[in-house]
Write a protein that binds this ligand. Sequence first.
Ligand code: 2NL
Length: 388
Amino acid sequence: MTYRTAHQNHPISLPGSPRAAQILHIQYPLPLMTDGPALNEDTTSEALRALLAEIDSALADAENAITTADSLPRLDELRINYLGKKGRLAGLNQKFGQLSAEEKPLAGRQLNNRKAEIVRIEKERREQLEAAEIRRRLEAEAIDVTLPGAAIASGHLHPLERTRREMEAIFRSMGFRVMESPEIETEWINFEALNIAADHPARDMQDTFFTERGRVLRTHTSGNQIRTMTELEPPLAIISTGKVYRCDSDVTHSPMFYQTEGYLVDKNISMGHLKGVLNAFLQSFFGANVGTRFRPSFFPFTEPSAEVDVECIFCKGSGCRVCSQTGWLEVLGCGMIHPTVLRNCGIDPENWSGFAFGVGLDRFTMLKYGINNIRLLYENDLRFLTQF
Ligand code: 2NL
């Protein structure tokens, strides 16, 4: 039987080994293209048959291991073990010394071709494992685009500012103007013009912060009323909100707090107007059905004077801790502007009359939101502020 060399593109069959025919089904292009001499049975040595069988078995092992490798690290390990410089296939090269000069190229081609096949199988398996790894990661790292996004924290108004705006909106709707005045006042504007005598307890060092040159930190926002009544012509309806200062500090008193004061001066203004405007304001702020009551009181700058209570918004008047079991909460002071105050501002009390009122913005806010410590309004603790 005549054997032809592989480049003649015909399978070569060797006796004794059924696998050999398969092994020698050589693929093109061949890495080695020499016209070797034809082989025949006589020239095929035992050594060649043994080496071809060894190549066959090494490569069968490699193919089996590679196609069943279940991870990329395992595949790397196999590539090094079989195809690496010191791997099993490289080891086979060393056995070529036993072959004749004619047999060497044949065995070399066989080894190279089969090795190329293993390289291809390894590459294919690598691509499969990489694709599986990508699929696995895509599944594991999948982003659910339908989930709601992380909310961006946005700021909001401080409860005091909310109360101020709410109060101003109510008074604006009744035709009042909103104005401002300085926090450092003369004693004349802060006290004398308001008919607060020099020996009045409010002017005591313990209540008032005095600054240089006989100035004071305003103890109420009434300075605004004095300034506007002095500068502008009646009829006037003005409210103003601002910081006021008193030398006082406990759970319900802060040395700096907020007050809203308002007044109205026109012809023939009576207590009836005072009650009508303040009732409208309180029912708009605390609720349309809230009960109110006016109690006689005293302020140096108003005559007659009154304090106004609203029905306790916590117990609806039945009595609780907040209202000290009375069912009522005191919310503001008011009265008809004292003739002396009008005169001090250049307004003739024979022609004009008016009412005025003062509201503690802090107390209003505390009552509206059920806050029991005034300092919470000034500490800027976000645990508190974010509740509004
Ligand atoms: C209170 C009492 C009040 C006024 C403030 C006022 C202003 C002028 C003339 C007359 Cl220019 N009065 N303001 C009047 C009565 C009471 O505040 O307890 N506030 C928290």
